[in-house]
Design a protein around this ligand. Structure first.
Ligand SMILES: CN1CCN(c2ccccc2CNc2ccc(C(N)=O)cn2)CC1
Length: 247
């Protein structure tokens, strides 16, 4: 059963990025996921095809009108009855990898990408189920956040990543930052590759990579480490890292 995404957007062409290449392009081409685009402008009934208007109370910018969005959402809901409506905004719940796993578990999502200064609050109160943010910063529109969510979620769908990749732990998948990566040549002016990775001791390589992931998380994102907790074995590896990296 593919995961269905219906996006309500004034700029449907921006979503070609997801369709044209990469993991998302292949997953969509193979029907692991579906993408349908709905333009609120197609749901206007005036000659100027008005989707925005001035804010009550004055102030700069424009606000997206309720009616075109309501009709676009209702059309999407009719086409995707199992989907819930999510609004991408700076006021939303900030998403992390755990949230992406929750989102990936649902049959479909209708994603509302706002523009201008945002959307009339009455639309949000009456037709939006969830409000999400991809981080505490302001963007020109909700389209990039919608694509970020779709990229992160599509990668989690069974079969989206080739076997080799899916075996590859996405670092934030187990709550740690990624270990360092190296490729040929072994010796260059920038330095050499850690010798453990050159040898064929796969148990030692696995231990080294986990030790690096734990150590880098401890150094750069102690908040993630606190939230995750450590097994005895992981505690030992982290202690080894700290010992080796004492100033
Ligand atoms: C100049 N205004 C443009 C419109 N914007 C706005 C306001 C409300 C909803 C959507 C938007 C679209 N912008 C977004 C969207 C999401 C995120 C996120 N962090 O997920 C950041 N920005 C407010 C600012």
């Amino acid at each position: 059963m593919p995961t269905r995404f219906d996006v309500i957007t004034l700029f449907p062409d921006l979503f070609r990025i997801l369709l044209d290449q990469g993991v998302t392009g292949r997953a969509l081409a193979r029907g692991l996921a579906e993408l349908h685009l709905w333009n609120p402008r197609d749901f206007t009934h005036d000659v100027h095809r008005t989707v925005d208007d001035r804010p009550y109370g004055g102030g700069p910018g424009m606000v997206m009108k309720v009616e075109p969005l309501r009709e676009a959402i209702q059309a999407a809901r009719a086409a995707a009855p199992q989907s819930r409506v999510a609004y991408l905004s700076p006021q939303g719940r900030v998403l992390d990898q755990a949230a992406m796993l929750e989102i990936a578990a649902c049959p479909g999502w209708i994603l509302l990408a706002g523009r201008y200064e945002g959307v009339d609050e009455r639309l949000i109160e009456s037709h939006v189920d969830e409000e999400w943010s991809i981080g505490d910063y302001v963007l020109s529109g909700g389209e990039l956040p919608a694509m970020v969510v779709m990229d992160a979620v599509i990668r989690l769908l069974p079969g989206a990543l080739g076997h080799a990749d899916s075996a590859r732990q996405d670092s934030h998948m187990d709550g740690l930052l990624d270990c360092p990566h190296y490729t040929r040549p072994e010796r260059i002016e920038e330095g050499s590759v850690p010798s453990v990775l050159i040898g064929g001791d796969h148990a030692a390589i696995k231990r080294w990579r986990l030790r690096q992931a734990l150590g880098r998380t401890w150094q750069r994102r102690p908040d993630l480490l606190k939230r995750r907790g450590l097994s005895e074995a992981e505690r030992t590896l982290l202690d080894e890292f700290i010992l080796a990296h004492r100033e």
